[in-house]
Design a protein around this ligand. Sequence first.
Ligand code: FAD
Ligand code: 2HG
Ligand code: ZN
Length: 468
Amino acid sequence: MQTELTNIVGENNFILNPGSQDKRLIDHRGYFHGKASSIVFPQTTEQLSQLVMYCYENDLSLVPQGGNTGYGGGATPDQTGNQILVCLEKMNSIIEVDKVNFTMTVEAGVILATIQQAAEQSNMFFPLSLGAEGSCQIGGNISTNAGGLSVLKYGNTRDLVLGLEVVLPDGRVLNDLNKLRKNNTGYNLTQLFAGAEGSLGIITKAVLKTFPLPTQRCCLMLAFANIEQLYQFYSLSRQQSADCINSFEYISSASLSLVNHGPVDASFPLNNDYSHYALVEFSCSSNLFELEPVVEKILELAFEQQIIIDGVMAQSESQRKSMWRFREAIPETERLLGGSIKHDISLPISKISEFLNAIEIRLKQVTENFYTSVYGHIGDGNLHFNLLHSKESNATKFKQQFEQKLSTIIYELTKELGGSFSAEHGIGQLKLRQLQQYKDPMALMTMNAIKTAIDPKNTMNPGKLINN
Ligand code: FAD
Ligand code: 2HG
Ligand code: ZN
């Protein structure tokens, strides 16, 4: 294998028999520990194509990896030690920033934050934004169809992709790398690879949509007596701001208290004894009207109509950033506390209140030994409904003993209310069972048929997303 890899990628671009402690072989949450016969760092599509062709001919399977920040273990190889881990980090060029077409063309290994910065340098905006943006790669974002903090206005990652170049499982290169917003010529193949979690091929290049750079931002931290009022504010503010909201994030009192006494070195701008908080950000790119008076008026109306019980607007960029810290620090704080049992669910917005009212009682029938940290992209109907052990018990033991029972209760109620058990984090190897259980059988059959047609030897990230 050493000779072949040297011939294909050059002697400095692979590691043979990597040690099991190599961080690329362990997923971000430390749930999955894999082994690999080698880790390869291709530098070009041509090298990658040759590598995949070699694997196809020799029945070797491959696992693509970006920044390794995914939540489903999709980028971790299995335990056999036979798989080849393909890391895209050396394919990290920004190929073109096109100000006329509002697009960027990039290689798959570019880090998300680098793309955001490059867009900004050209007075444009790439809106995908999430806590891992300093290390996740655009190829990983596309493959997981990541959501994040500005889906309400700009959509999920798949909505931001116009075209892709992909190395198929037999090594041939599919070129669908176009800048077209209209291209009605059959199946949308680019969209097939978005959210495929590396199961159909390795993305090597992408054409992304960019947007006018926001020049005004107004950020509110609000307190609500109940979820119904939160959604009244959601409607009011979407309507009256001409839909200028880019983020509408929920923070429950329990999630707030995790970060309020921990990592955020700013004081929370409201009293901390309310039950429900929302961080709402408005933005626009125009300088022809002022956003702040509009948002002030919305706040005033909401107070008058008694929709909110408390609320402030950030008065400076540093206040805006510290408001965001209270939201963004929650996952990391949970991790430092030993981790949580995570549920990344979505519901029709109209059902969230019913879900929250019913779920706790059902869970408490199994154990009282936990508390919930609920937060997330509530404007998209997406909650991170995480369960943490109560202080007396041990986090690992809690997960081992209760994860399956508690998660089943949460997913069953989610299903009952027309929701999804995986809103934005995907399936990977973590949620294969739930996929079988909750996805429509005909949809599963169609997914399997697609996988078999494109990857007949099942050498492309086997055991992820599709359990063949
Ligand atoms: P990896 O973890 O490396 O890979 C993920 C999957 O994509 C794997 O199946 C892998 O095989 C495949 N893959 C990677 N690159 C390629 C490629 N070039 N071609 C084909 N397949 C490929 N997710 C959200 O949706 N919203 C959030 O708000 C969010 N916040 C997060 C916050 C934190 C602190 C962390 C740690 C994670 C968060 N995530 C979030 C999850 C994660 O960041 C995203 O899933 C991200 O899109 C993964 O990108 P990555 O480059 O790390 O991919
Ligand atoms: C977020 O929105 C991420 O912060 C992480 O999707 C959610 O860790 C989590 O549960
Ligand atoms: Zn999220």
